[in-house]
Design a protein around this ligand. Sequence first.
Ligand code: URA
Length: 304
Amino acid sequence: MQDEAATQVRAWVEYFRDLGVHDFYRNGEPVEPAVTEADETLSVSATSATTEAVPGEVPQVVAVAAASEVIPAIPVVAAAPPPVATPSSVTPALRLVSFNQLAPLPTAKLPAGERAAALRAIQEEIGDCTRCPLAYAGRHKIVFGDGSPAARLMFIGEGPGADEDIQGLPFVGKAGQLLNNMIGAMGLSRTDVYIANIVKCRPPGNRVPEPIEANTCSPFLLRQIDVVQPEVIVALGATAAMYLLGVKQSLSSLRGRWHTCRGAKLAVTYHPAFLLRDPRQKAEAWKDLQMVMATLGLTSPAKK
Ligand code: URA
């Protein structure tokens, strides 16, 4: 009975989280104002970035806590859990930095024939990663990314779930099946697009990645984007949008218009897992995908 109630509460938490209702579970943690940028322009103020951009090099981007912030006292508990996946209540707020601000934008496209090798090099550099707590939180496989290195369209989700963690591939569970259908409805197949996530290791219990985890993983995703250089990126859900754009806003305020990310046009839509929970929103998601299709000159197979 208690389990059932917990499952229901969790489902509601995930429902609101997918809508971009951030942090309501964080129990009073101070909310760091987002460092934002005008979506229309790529010019950014260097003063707001927390890392120094070195041309040709992707900085290790770990956003830093403001010096004036006081780290809340850690509550004393009898049997403290192991220091894995630090609870957000003891994590100082981190500054959000958009992917456009993390490193200089690429100035040239890598020839299509060199991209697979470039992606492999990034994967090799990641290796058997232990850079963040997710490495010690029950991870089985690192989920690097999947699809065409020359894709015009890239989907970015939040982080691997249980199925992805076992198979080492993004979006292969139930949400993945729905994403496949969405891609199919656009007249494409999975091998035409590139799919990746904000974090490459499964957050325990499918919780939202903590900022320290997302920020540690971001430089690799950023480099994947810069190698593939898609024309359009679709951010799946509020978490992906938040980290890619460096803004903390509701999904509804981000949908239905274009943003920019690493030289690509970026659209925000519902996460497929959210659509599984609330299928009524599929029509809205389809509107988002139609916006993408119009830009890429794609026609739905239903209309052919
Ligand atoms: N959800 C995600 O955000 N990514 C996956 O790869 C699978 C489920």
